[in-house]
Design a protein around this ligand. Structure first.
Ligand SMILES: NC(=O)c1ccc[n+]([C@@H]2O[C@H](COP(=O)([O-])OP(=O)(O)OC[C@H]3O[C@@H](n4cnc5c(N)ncnc54)[C@H](OP(=O)(O)O)[C@@H]3O)[C@@H](O)[C@H]2O)c1
Length: 290
């Protein structure tokens, strides 16, 4: 299944003041920009975002056919919407994964999602239990593909060893302010296994623009120089930095502003030179290359 290069993240949707028909109209504009994939999770908005997005899908019934939906499971938050949860924890048991996915479908008002991710690496994860849950959800047509998020390469390998089909992604934090996946084996594994990873907080959760730490100040100055050379905006350069990696990372936007999503889409047309890319890298690390 092909997902768009840029994915629209809905984590911050409760801040946008967009519900129902207005959220449906926003989603249509996102589609018109060429972004056909939406990133959700059961827990977003304290278990409310899937329901809000389901209401938007209900307001424009044609939308569902054109969209690919990602949702996630395995984090348990204490919430009045989940009275059975006694403490914040993780649960990758077969029963929890199946129950969580089914609740997600109900909230979204759909009979399937394109992709289900295990949200966090769970030290108590039994790969055989996850495999049983994935088989059941696949057999019933409720989930088309499976992946993980925030997994180390070895944990992904352990899970993969019990699955018949390949995991299609590892969704991890990655940005010019957060380079760990470039060096800790995460992106190497994506290359080796030929899947496309996804980058959450591609603008450092906004720190790229608002942060006043030494790293942010250095990176902002370097980004401004590169943006000037290319005649592009700083946010486009931040997305282009990720898209330049051969694993073909898919950035997930966090903004509700359509002009800012358009800046992300533009990044696919921009190729940073190696010099520009390493200027940003060394601005981030604060040290010359060895
Ligand atoms: N798997 C996981 O564990 C995980 C964890 C976190 C997030 N995610 C996913 O990743 C998505 C993106 O994460 P994120 O929201 O942290 O992404 P982000 O793009 O790094 O940060 C978004 C923040 O940056 C601000 N921003 C964007 N463009 C800006 C600009 N040009 N100038 C100034 N500020 C700007 C936004 O403000 P405005 O809204 O005002 O534009 C928003 O507050 C989430 O929606 C979620 O789907 C996944």
């Amino acid at each position: 299944m092909e997902l768009s290069n840029i994915i629209a993240g809905l984590w911050r949707q409760p801040e946008w003041n967009l519900e129902g028909a207005a959220l449906a109209a926003w989603t249509r504009e996102v589609l018109d920009l060429g972004v056909d994939t939406v990133d959700l999770a059961d827990i977003y908005g304290g278990y409310t975002v899937e329901e809000s997005f389901g209401a938007a899908l209900g307001a424009d019934p044609g939308l569902r056919r054109e969209l690919k939906l990602i949702t996630k499971c395995n984090i348990k938050l204490v919430s009045e919407r989940r009275p059975a949860h006694r403490r914040h924890g993780y649960d990758s048991s077969c029963a929890h994964i199946v129950d969580s996915a089914e609740r997600s479908l109900k909230a979204l008002g759909t009979d399937h999602v394109e992709l289900l991710l295990l949200h966090r690496q769970d030290p108590l994860m039994d790969p055989d239990e996850v495999a049983a849950a994935f088989s059941s959800l696949e057999a019933s047509g409720k989930v088309l593909d499976f992946g993980v998020s925030n997994f180390t390469p070895s944990c992904l390998d352990a899970l993969q060893s019990r699955l018949e089909r390949p995991l299609v992604t590892n969704q991890v934090e990655a940005s010019v302010l957060h380079l760990e996946p470039f060096v800790d084996g995460t992106l190497d594994q994506a290359l080796a296994r030929r899947f496309r990873p996804m980058a959450w907080s591609p603008l450092g959760g906004g720190r790229l623009f608002a942060g006043d730490g030494e790293q942010e100040v250095r990176v902002r100055a370097a980004m401004a120089r590169v943006a000037d050379e290319l005649g592009e905006s700083v946010d486009t350069v931040a997305y282009a930095f990720l898209l330049r990696h051969p694993s073909r990372l898919r950035p997930i936007t966090g903004t509700g502003r359509l002009d800012r999503i358009a800046s992300a889409v533009r990044a696919a047309e921009v190729t940073l030179s190696r010099d520009q890319w390493f200027d940003l890298w060394t601005a981030s690390t604060g040290a010359p290359l060895p």
